[in-house]
Design a protein. Structure first.
Length: 150
C-alpha cells in the first residue's frame, strides 16, 4: 500500500520508501530509534542491507546496486565512523548519484556531534537533521524525511 505522503507516480511501483546507509557502529541507533519510529509507528518500509532485505549470499556491492533503484529516497546516517569509512562513503556516493539524477529526496542525519569541518562538503550541503537536536521531535522528522516536497 502506497503511503499518502508520497507523490503519485513511478514511486508507487517502488518496493521501499527509503534506503538507509549507515556504518556498522551505528547499527543500534538505526535498528532502534530510527527503524522503530519509521517502520513500526509510521508504517514506512526501509531497506536495510544488514537485515536481509537482499538476496542471501549476494555480494554487498551487487546488493547495493540492486537495492537503491527499489527505493523512493535515501537516508544517510552520518557519524564519525561513517565519514572515515571507505565503504560507507562509496555507498553514500552511489546513493547520492542515483537520487540526484531522479531529483528525489536525500535525507542526511548527523547522528553524532560532528563539526562541519569533519563532514565532507557533499554531505554538508544536504544536511537535513541533527539527531541530537531534532530526532526527538517527531513532527520535524516526518516533515523533513517524508514530505512530498523535493
Amino acid at each position: 500500500m502506497a503511503n499518502p505522503l508520497f507523490r503519485k507516480s513511478k514511486e508507487e511501483a517502488l518496493e521501499y520508501d527509503a534506503y538507509v546507509a549507515y556504518c556498522d557502529g551505528d547499527y543500534k541507533w538505526v535498528y532502534g530509534p530510527l527503524r522503530l519510529f519509521l517502520e513500526e509507528r509510521r508504517n514506512y518500509k526501509l531497506l536495510l542491507l544488514d537485515r536481509g532485505d537482499v538476496l542471501a549470499g549476494e555480494h554487498r556491492l551487487f546488493a547495493l546496486n540492486n537495492s537503491i533503484p527499489k527505493c523512493k529516497k535515501i537516508i544517510l546516517v552520518i557519524s564519525k565512523e561513517f565519514v572515515n569509512n571507505y565503504w560507507a562513503y562509496y555507498e553514500a556516493t552511489v546513493g547520492i548519484e542515483h537520487f540526484l539524477g531522479l531529483q528525489a529526496r536525500i535525507i542526511v542525519i548527523n547522528l553524532e556531534n560532528i563539526t562541519k569541518t569533519e563532514i565532507p562538503q557533499c554531505f554538508l550541503q544536504m544536511m537535513s537533521l541533527d539527531a541530537n537536536d531534532h530526532i526527538r521531535k517527531t513532527d520535524t522528522l516526518m516533515k523533513i524525511t517524508f514530505s512530498g516536497n523535493v
